[in-house]
Design a protein around this ligand. Structure first.
Ligand code: DWN
Ligand code: ZN
Length: 425
C-alpha cells in the first residue's frame, strides 16, 4: 500500500484511548501480549527546522482476542493523520515491481477476461495496477494519500483519492458497475475496521468476483521476531484463523491462501462471495495454525521475552562495534527501522546517518532517533564500516547494489531474527 504521514514535530494529537474490546468481534476478553512503550509514528520523518518541536508519541504493543484470534494494536491512531500525506512508494524497489508482475500474472490465470473491472484499494502510485493493465485495461485505484493519488493520475492510472470501505465501494459500484476483482497489497492490516473494508469488497464484487489481499503473515512475524514491523500503521497482524472467522461476518468466504516472500513473509488471502467452496489450502493452514498455537494465542506467550532479548542483543552488538572504533550507518529509512531504532534506544550517537534513495525522505530526520536521512552518495563521501540494514526485507537487492561498500570491507548488520553480519562480497 501506501506510505504514511509526512508527520511533523508540531502536529500534536492526544494519545488515543486503549481499545478494550476487539475491533472485529466486540469481545471484551482481549489480552495484552506485548507492551513496547510509547513511540513516535514510524513514518513521521522530521523536517530539520522542526527538530526542536514537540514530537508526539503513541503507545505501542499487541493484544490477542481469544474469540476471533485476531492480533491487534491496543490503540488506534486516526488514519487521516497516518495516510493523507505519504512519503513511501514501493515501486522504487525492483523486488516489489517484480512481485507486482508475478501477482498480476497469477491474477490473470484466475480471471482470464480482458474486460474484467479491477479495483485496488490503497493503490499507492499504481505499481500493481500498471502490471494488471497489461491484460485488463479497466482498472481503478483508491488511494487516501493526496500527493500519491495525484501522482498516479498524472502517470495515467485512474485513481480516486479516498479510503476504501463499505460506503466508498458502494459509490464506485453505482458509478462504474460491479468489479470482477478487488485486490489490495499491504492495506488490510492497516485498516482499523476490517469488517467494513471486507464488506466494501463484498458490496463491490460481482457474483464471480475475487477479493485478493496480501499482508504480512503473523507466523513470519513471530518466527522471525520481526517486531519492528509492529507500528501504528499496522493495526492488525493477520492469520488464516482470524480471517477465516472475519470474512463471513462481511459476506465473503476465504477460499484460498498461500505464502508469499515480500516484506519478510506475507500471505495472499483469496475471498469469494458466500457459497463458494474453499480449497484444501485453507484447511491446511487452519490445522497448522491450531497446532502451532495461533488459534488460542499460546504461541505468543513468550513473544515479549523474545522481543526483549533481541532489543538487548542488538544494542550490545552496536555498542561493542562502536567501542571497537567501527563507524556505523544504516540503510533504508523504513517505517520498521524507526520502530527498531526507537525501541532499542539507538540514536545519532551510535549511527551517523541512514541512507535512503527516496528524495522525499532525504534531508529529514528519523522520528525519535533524529538520525539524518541522506542519499547513497554519502557512503562514498563519509564512509562507514557497518550498515545496519533497516530494509532487511529487500536485503538481496540492496546488497547487490552496494558491492563497492562490501569491496571496501564494509559489512551489513541484519537485525532479525537475531543480529548477525554478512559481508556482502
Ligand atoms: O506496510 C507498509 C509497507 C508495505 O511499506 C507501510 N506501512 C510502510 C512501508 O514499510 P517500510 O518503510 O518498512 O517499507 P520498505 O519497503 O522496507 O522500505 C524500503 C525503504 O528503502 C524505502 O524508504 C526506500 C528505500 N530503498 C533504498 O533506499 N534503496 C529501497 C531500495 C530498493 C533501494 O535500493
Ligand atoms: Zn475478536
Amino acid at each position: 500500500m501506501t506510505a504514511a504521514s509526512s508527520g511533523t514535530t508540531t502536529n500534536r494529537s492526544d494519545a488515543p484511548a486503549a481499545v478494550k474490546v476487539c475491533r472485529v468481534c466486540s469481545s471484551s476478553g482481549v489480552r495484552s501480549i506485548l507492551d513496547i512503550g510509547s513511540v513516535p509514528l514510524a513514518n513521521s520523518f522530521i523536517e530539520p527546522e522542526l527538530v526542536n518541536g514537540a514530537e508526539p508519541t503513541f503507545p505501542l504493543g499487541l493484544q490477542f482476542c481469544p474469540t476471533c484470534a485476531i492480533v491487534q494494536l491496543p490503540t488506534t491512531v486516526d488514519p487521516e493523520t497516518l495516510f493523507r500525506h505519504y512519503l513511501y512508494t514501493p515501486s522504487a524497489s525492483t523486488t516489489w515491481r517484480e512481485h507486482c508482475d508475478e501477482l498480476a500474472a497469477w491474477l490473470h490465470d484466475q480471471v482470464d477476461d480482458p474486460d474484467a473491472f479491477v479495483v485496488e484499494p490503497a493503490s499507492n502510485d499504481g505499481c500493481l495496477l500498471r502490471s494488471i493493465q497489461r491484460w485488463a485495461p479497466n482498472v481503478l485505484g483508491v488511494e487516501p494519500a493526496r500527493n500519491i493519488a495525484e501522482q498516479a493520475v498524472r502517470d495515467g492510472i485512474p485513481t480516486i483519492n479516498d479510503f476504501f470501505g463499505d460506503s466508498t465501494a458502494r459509490a464506485i459500484r453505482a458509478e462504474h458497475g460491479p468489479a470482477r476483482v478487488v485486490i489490495g497489497t499491504n492495506v488490510l492490516a492497516h485498516v482499523p475496521d476490517i469488517v467494513d473494508f471486507v464488506r466494501g469488497a463484498a458490496a463491490l464484487l460481482d457474483e464471480d468476483g475475487l477479493f485478493v489481499v496480501e499482508a504480512p503473515y503473523l507466523r513470519d512475524l513471530v518466527e522471525n521476531v520481526a517486531y519492528d514491523t509492529i507500528y501504528h500503521e499496522h493495526v492488525s497482524y493477520l492469520s488464516v484463523t482470524a480471517l477465516a472467522r472475519v470474512y463471513p461476518l462481511a459476506g465473503l468466504i476465504l477460499t484460498h491462501v498461500e505464502r508469499t516472500p515480500t516484506h519478510g513473509g506475507s500471505i495472499r488471502f483469496v475471498g469469494r462471495p458466500l457459497g463458494a467452496e474453499p480449497d484444501a489450502s485453507v484447511a491446511r493452514f487452519l490445522t497448522d495454525e491450531r497446532a502451532l498455537g495461533y488459534a488460542d494465542g499460546s504461541v505468543l506467550a513468550d513473544f515479549a521475552d523474545r522481543v526483549d532479548r533481541l532489543r538487548v542483543s542488538l544494542g550490545n552488538v552496536i555498542r561493542s562495534e562502536a567501542a571497537a572504533g567501527r563507524r556505523l550507518g544504516a540503510y533504508g529509512a523504513t517505517a520498521k527501522g524507526n520502530t527498531l531504532l526507537t525501541t532499542c534506544s539507538i540514536d545519532k550517537g551510535a549511527i551517523r546517518y541512514i541512507v535512503d534513495r527516496n528524495p522525499l525522505k532525504q534531508g529529514r530526520l528519523a522520528p525519535g532517533s533524529h538520525i539524518p536521512i541522506v542519499g547513497p552518495d554519502r557512503l562514498e563521501s563519509d564512509p562507514v564500516d557497518i550498515l545496519l540494514l533497516l530494509a532487511w526485507n529487500i536485503a538481496e537487492e540492496i546488497i547487490a547494489q552496494q558491492r563497492s561498500f562490501a569491496k571496501r570491507g564494509g559489512r551489513f548488520l541484519i537485525p532479525i531474527p537475531e543480529p548477525h553480519f554478512i559481508d556482502g562480497g
